[in-house]
Design a protein around this ligand. Structure first.
Ligand code: GRG
Length: 299
């Protein structure tokens, strides 16, 4: 990122690079089974901010890694994120019609194909990481795979957080339970993105710990911002249906603490994240900017 470039321009540029790689890392629409590959590509290449892959790139490059060495892991994380969105939108889960500004995968392709498209993206993510392994330091790649699998898993992680979210619907949850859901469902994959960049760059343990602390904070801030946007935004801005949290009586930051306190808390957490990133030195400047973007975003 150059001094003259805004964080929005930086993210647009990174998203275009990530999209090129994603396009090459999933089978084409003409590869059988065509309908399944169409559905995978429909959801994966439908836009999206590419925040998680951009975090892999920003963290890795800050600590000296080359972009091409970071891209396979960055794209694997985006594939897992997209699978989670496809499955979350299904009638058995959040039952949504709109995602990334277009009909959800099951609306466009039917439920059975959407389930398989999600499964296939999750599988393809680990295939990409395995096929990339011969080009990498083996010990680091195993650690990367473990880090991503853990974040996508059940303990303080994506699937576990989704389960707690489902179990909590309609109940009056307290702050600790809401923090657990946010940390697991959303925070774990965001945090892993930052840490994975550091591992690929060969960061030392103290640097990795700092990245993890930074990642934990921006992961939580991201979800608080998401809760706020669910109340304040339109479907045009979000590319998905707003107001769903309130309709499902979900425990969110604004519901528990009120809007002003939620905004203040998100700002506080981001300030902490910026201070941690700045302790990694001037090359981590992009991470500071990204922390700010997380709560300034409108979609
Ligand atoms: C089905 C295992 C499983 C998990 C689903 C991701 C998820 C868990 C649910 C999605 C619903 C939701 C609102 C999650 C919290 C915030 C979040 C992950 C928003 C979407 O991420 P963005 O804003 O989306 O980065 P884009 O489209 O920009 O990639």
């Amino acid at each position: 990122m150059t001094a003259a470039e805004t964080i929005t321009n930086y993210l647009t540029r990174r998203a275009a690079e990530v999209n090129d790689w994603l396009d090459r890392l999933v089978p084409s629409e003409s590869t059988p089974p065509e309908q399944l590959h169409r559905a995978m590509r429909y959801s994966l290449l439908a836009g999206g901010k590419r925040l998680r892959p951009s975090l892999v790139l920003a963290a890795g490059e800050a600590l000296g890694a080359d972009t091409d060495d970071l891209m396979p892991a960055a794209c694997a994380i985006e594939m897992i994120h997209t699978y989670s969105l496809i499955h979350d939108d299904l009638p058995a889960m959040d039952n949504d019609d709109l995602r990334r500004g277009r009909p959800t995968c099951h609306k466009a392709f039917g439920e059975a194909v959407a389930i398989l498209a999600g499964d296939a993206l999750l599988t393809q993510a680990f295939r990409v990481l395995a096929l990339d392994a011969p080009k990498r330091n083996a010990e680091r790649q195993v650690r990367v795979i473990g880090e991503i699998a853990t974040a996508a898993g059940t303990v303080d992680a994506l699937i576990g957080g989704q389960m707690a979210d489902i179990e909590g619907e309609g109940k009056s949850l307290g702050p600790a339970e809401v923090d657990y859901i946010h940390r697991s469902k959303t925070g774990a994959m965001i945090c892993a993105s930052v840490v994975v960049g550091g591992i690929i760059a060969g960061a030392n343990e103290s640097q990795i710990e700092k990245l993890r602390e930074y990642g934990r904070r921006i992961g939580l801030a991201f979800q608080i911002a998401d809760d706020i946007l669910d109340v304040t935004s339109t479907s045009e801005q979000l590319g998905k249906t707003p107001g769903k949290d309130q309709a499902a009586k979900k425990a969110t930051y604004p519901a528990i603490y009120g809007m002003a306190a939620s905004q203040a808390r998100a700002r506080e957490i981001v300030d902490e994240a910026v201070a941690i990133a700045s302790s990694l030195g001037p090359t981590a400047y992009v991470l500071e900017e990204m922390a700010g973007f997380i709560i300034a975003r409108t979609s």
